[in-house]
Design a protein around this ligand. Structure first.
Ligand code: ADP
Length: 203
């Protein structure tokens, strides 16, 4: 399963919920990069300047990292990817990994949210969590990058009929409930369709 959403849309929170519900591991590329930067590993050194600038880490670095992560045995039962793939090159690469393992994607959940609301959330988080990429300027460039790059990625999954959009604005339980309904609808039915759940729908 994939979870896609703009910066600040609450991917991490919902990823934890989904992973628990299905007993699968949740893998966040952003978390892995931040952890490596903190521990000053080689990967961290390669990624740091991109993270700080709010730019994508090069596909070659990100792809190699995700391949290695998916080799670990905790991913054998299935997994949720949060923050990957973010480019079409990554989409193709993930397809190759999955094909080699004989896996198929069940579902892609896209969290949607109003940009202004997201910027406000991120500025608040900057105070709380002290993330180096949560400055106003970097937030703007992450947001721009998301909208320019991700549309191509979500379009690809939409064409395959496995994309579900969920409105990400609301309280955490509200959004969780929408995600939950979306999962039931999509995974519970044999014929998949793109579903859009907005505020108040299916909650
Ligand atoms: P955001 O809330 O900005 O989406 P993430 O925690 O998902 O935050 O990612 C933080 C940073 O990690 C990104 O700005 C980018 O530099 C890097 N990153 C995460 N995932 C990817 C990816 N799939 N490809 C390239 N860079 C990535």
């Amino acid at each position: 399963m994939l979870l896609i959403g703009p910066p600040g849309a609450g991917k991490g929170t919902q990823a934890t919920y989904i992973a628990e519900r299905f007993g699968i591991v949740s893998i966040s590329t952003g978390d892995i990069f931040r952890e490596n930067v903190k521990n000053e590993t080689r990967l961290g050194q390669a990624a740091k300047s991109y993270l700080d600038a709010g730019q994508f880490v090069p596909d070659s670095v990100t792809n190699a990292m995700i391949r290695e992560r998916l080799e670990q045995s905790d991913a054998d039962k299935g997994f949720l990817l949060d923050g990957y793939p973010r480019t079409l090159v990554q989409v193709d690469y993930l397809d190759e990994i999955l094909a080699a393992k004989g896996y198929e994607l069940d579902l892609v959940v896209q969290l949607t949210a109003d940009t202004e609301e997201l910027v406000q959330r991120l500025l608040l988080r900057a105070d709380r969590e002290n993330r180096s990429d949560d400055t106003a300027e970097v937030i703007r460039s992450r947001m721009e990058l998301y909208f320019t790059q991700t549309t191509a990625v979500t379009s690809r999954y939409n064409e395959r009929g496995i994309l579900t959009e969920v409105e990400g604005i609301g309280s955490i339980p509200e959004v969780t409930s929408r995600v939950s309904t979306a999962l039931d609808l999509t995974l519970g039915s044999s014929s998949r369709q793109t579903t859009t759940l907005g505020a108040g729908v299916g909650v």
